[in-house]
Write a protein that binds this ligand. Structure first.
Ligand code: DGT
Ligand code: CA
Ligand code: CA
Length: 358
């Protein structure tokens, strides 16, 4: 199943301040150049009725909402991330294997725990929805299907608070009438090229000659278009372990080259990063630091260990050591500092590797 939170940032803002719930709510990335410059990050469904969309200039959103009392808020990314992390833990607990995609959605492989029974999967999806609602006060939409491609499209069909089940025998009928841009990976450009071939719906695409698709789009995209439109997809649901990282960044009280001052902040960041690591049962192999300098240039340094560890003191010590060297060499003062750990592995694997190591 694919679980996607509804109007995620805006729904969180509604939960934080329920009095805005019945008004259009627009969450914005203000660029700071002028008062209203920047783009809409997302909007609640009331605002969407007035044509407000993600990525639209704030000025345009204001124009569309000029006749109604509406609420414009700046993004509070750290807060959304914190809530996302907690929700992902709920989701992970309901899956045989789990794959987070972005801040507000995840694939859950539930084939083992349901024995492949779609009625059981539907009941599990209801349970997931109520856990997220009760524990975090938020609604999500879920799609259940025989594979990731179908589950993703199913989740998008009914929103907000939707649940769409597509059984194997229903896949063909479900997909055939939908426009091709419902397939992940089919953006505006690909959709236009397909239109040029007379292909508008996923059904058209499913019936289109594979050889010609490959000629037009190359082997990999061509084969994907053919398979996906026929509801065929064997991509496994897999944890994105190694590639992922956990990081935090903060602005210093003053611009500085003093290790004592940066360490006060980085010790706190290390603790936050470490908390996330422990919550997720992971160990790390690399530690990185980032500094945004007074002149707004960005510098990074990192260190990789031979084996993974989950030790907070190792993290703190390494960050301090990296900053000590970096600050000694730097001529410009640091303005913001950050800590990142990567090369993340499951603790159990880490144990195994360590015993092999010694
Ligand atoms: P939904 O899923 O249609 O109910 O609405 P959202 O808002 O959850 O949309 P989704 O799932 O595509 O994106 C999740 C969050 O990511 C969304 O709440 C805000 C952020 N986001 C999405 N699109 C954009 C964008 O174009 N620009 C910016 N800055 N943020 C975006
Ligand atoms: Ca969403
Ligand atoms: Ca999403």
């Amino acid at each position: 199943m694919l679980v996607d939170l509804d109007y995620f940032y805006a729904q969180i803002e509604e939960r934080r301040n329920p009095s805005i719930r019945d008004k259009p709510v627009v969450v914005c990335v203000y660029s700071g150049r002028t008062e209203d410059s920047g783009v809409v990050s997302t909007a609640n469904y009331i605002a969407r009725r007035y044509g407000v969309r993600s990525g639209m200039p704030i000025v345009l959103a204001k124009k569309r909402l000029k006749d109604v009392e509406s609420v414009f808020l700046p993004v509070d990314h750290d807060y959304y991330r914190e809530i996302s992390d907690r929700i992902m833990m709920i989701l992970r607990g309901n899956a045989d294997s789990f794959e987070q995609v972005g801040i507000d959605e995840a694939y859950l492989d539930v084939s083992q725990r349901t024995g492949g029974d779609f009625e059981k999967a539907a009941a599990l999806a209801q349970l997931v929805k109520s856990e997220v609602r009760v524990q975090e006060g938020l609604t999500c939409s879920i799609g259940v299907g025989p594979n990731k491609v179908v589950a993703k499209i199913a989740a998008d069909i009914r929103k907000p608070d939707g649940l769409t089940i597509v059984r194997p025998e229903e896949v063909k009928g479900f997909l055939s009438k939908l426009p091709v841009n419902r397939l992940i990976g089919v953006g505006k450009k690909t959709a236009e090229r397909l239109e040029g071939l007379g292909v508008r719906t996923i059904g058209d695409l499913a019936g289109y000659d594979l050889q010609r698709l490959i000629e037009c789009f190359g082997n990999s995209l061509g084969a994907y278009l053919h398979n996906a439109s026929n509801g065929i997809d064997d991509e496994p649901v897999q944890e994105r372990g190694e590639a992922e990282s956990i990081s935090r960044i903060a602005t210093l009280k003053e611009d500085t080259l003093d290790l004592g001052v940066t360490t006060q902040t980085t010790d706190r960041l290390c603790q936050e990063v470490h908390e996330r690591l422990v919550q997720r049962g992971l160990s790390f192999k690399s530690v990185g630091i980032v500094a945004v300098m007074k002149d707004l240039s960005i510098r990074t340094r990192s260190k990789t260990f031979e084996g993974p560890t989950d030790d907070l003191e190792v993290l703190r010590g390494t960050v301090k050591e990296l900053f000590e060297k970096f600050l000694a060499e730097s001529k410009v003062e640091a303005r913001r500092v950050g800590v990142r750990i990567s090369g993340l592995v499951k603790e159990k694997e880490a144990q195994k590797r360590l015993t092999r190591f010694f």
